[in-house]
Design a protein around this ligand. Sequence first.
Ligand code: FNR
Length: 360
Amino acid sequence: TLPDGLINLADFEGPARERMSAQAWAYMSGGAADELTLRANRCAWDAIKLQPRVLRDLSGGHTRLPLLGRELAHPILLAPIAYQRLAHEDGELASAYAAAAQSAGMVLSAQSSVEMEAVAKAFADEPQSGPLWFQLYWRNDPGFMLELIQRVEWAGYQALVLTVDAPVHGARDRERRAGFQLPDDVRAVNLGGRKQPIELAPGQSMMFDGLMPRAATWREIDWLRTHSRLPLLLKGVSHADDAREALQRGVSGLIVSNHGGRTLDTLPATAELLPVLRAAVGEAVPLLVDGGIRRGTDVLKALALGADAVLLGRPYVFALAAAGALGVAHGLRLLRDEFEIAMALTGCKTPADAGPHLLW
Ligand code: FNR
């Protein structure tokens, strides 16, 4: 059953915090360094004002939209979040059942603590389910990557999302202060094998001699394009030139993201990045955005600034911690309802009708 008083996404935080260890809470809720970007994401959506049109005939309105060759029931997906069994023993499986029941898309993290096939089955079992994508981090081992991609394709995932903004860990002060370590029973179960330990000669830098030579470059984008038949999206591109380069290399779409403020601090808010990237890629390219989306009005503002769809991050893992699959489904329903209210009250009939004219 649901705890009482869950009437918006913020209401899940209290119950979630009570149910999680202090370390898990620091990991899930925290950002990088001074958490300026984490806060900026929220503040930027708050600072945008809507401008309604009234007396329009909205009968026949709806929240449906096309995305990568499919029709979505609404523009809300679950963002890839690692190790969800930290929040609830059912982990990503509960999130998947909830997303499928609410026709929300889901991007499964490479660092899922539940097997990718189980998540895919939860989606396949629900006729109304939305799109299911798999998020990758590059690992400098083509054999490993090939096996992983093949497994993702066989399991029925419909797109690959390569996260490009986190080749190394951010400076996660809050996590370190809390002494966060993964418990023994929560693992990235889909990434078999041990990572090669990095050996450095005296005087070498872990960053530039150890980690960065293994990180993805544009060459690896070409490699992924030739080794998978699935559409490839990049998550975490900020510069317009990078966005254009991605398109030239056959990338199918972008997720505008600063990793929820967890990687490089002092990045712009995603509400600021979004219109810049939409202008760079043109009208037709699928563009999604995440970071600080908490209200139906945020979803509508994102669409007005040029996003096709949004991804929800922390709030759904808080809902998962608070009440498992039921909590996540309830949180998604609340956000969908708020989004429909925002559309109705701004005179916006369908997602395709959202545009800058809705903004003050
Ligand atoms: C993340 N995020 C993330 N992104 C990704 O590409 N792969 C991953 O494994 C993870 N893991 C992860 C764990 C946790 C605890 C958080 C909070 C975030 C980033 C995530 O996909 C998304 O970009 C942000 O969470 C969106 O911001 P909000 O909605 O949390 O503000």
